[in-house]
Design a binder for this molecule. Sequence first.
Ligand code: FES
Ligand code: FES
Length: 166
Amino acid sequence: MENPSSALPQKRTVRLNINGKEEQLELAPWTSLLDALREHLHLTGTKKGCDHGQCGACTVLVDGKRINSCLTLAVMQEDKEITTIEGLAKDGELHPVQQAFIDHDAFQCGYCTPGQICSVIGLVNEGKAKTLDDIRDLMSGNICRCGAYTNIVKVVQEALERSSAA
Ligand code: FES
Ligand code: FES
């Protein structure tokens, strides 16, 4: 009888550019970007919530755009620039959006916060949010069980003001 494991695809080398650093991993082709980050690179700032694209806890930036890392395979992200929460602070200084989360007291337990922060940066890059309702709509993919939404909206407003002043 055929060994069922022999039917499984082999691992392959996947090269990922994470936070400006080239990483080479041996991954099964079905490994999600989220699992590659957390389980293989031990970048555990990116959180696993639903693992089904419904909560936004796993949001990272790929070429400046926000994506749910649980919904994409690591092999699909070769040759892209991936930024996780660990890559946002520069030279010991927090990213302005990280600082704004502190200034506006926008996190409580903090579990969803890395995904929210990446999502805010992605939202600013998209340039679509003009009104409060736009902000609420465009952040609606990021669920916060602690309900820190009001203060997160203040963060987004500050980030938008900062980008329009730049
Ligand atoms: S863990 Fe990816 S969206 Fe919930
Ligand atoms: S801060 Fe607790 S889940 Fe959002």
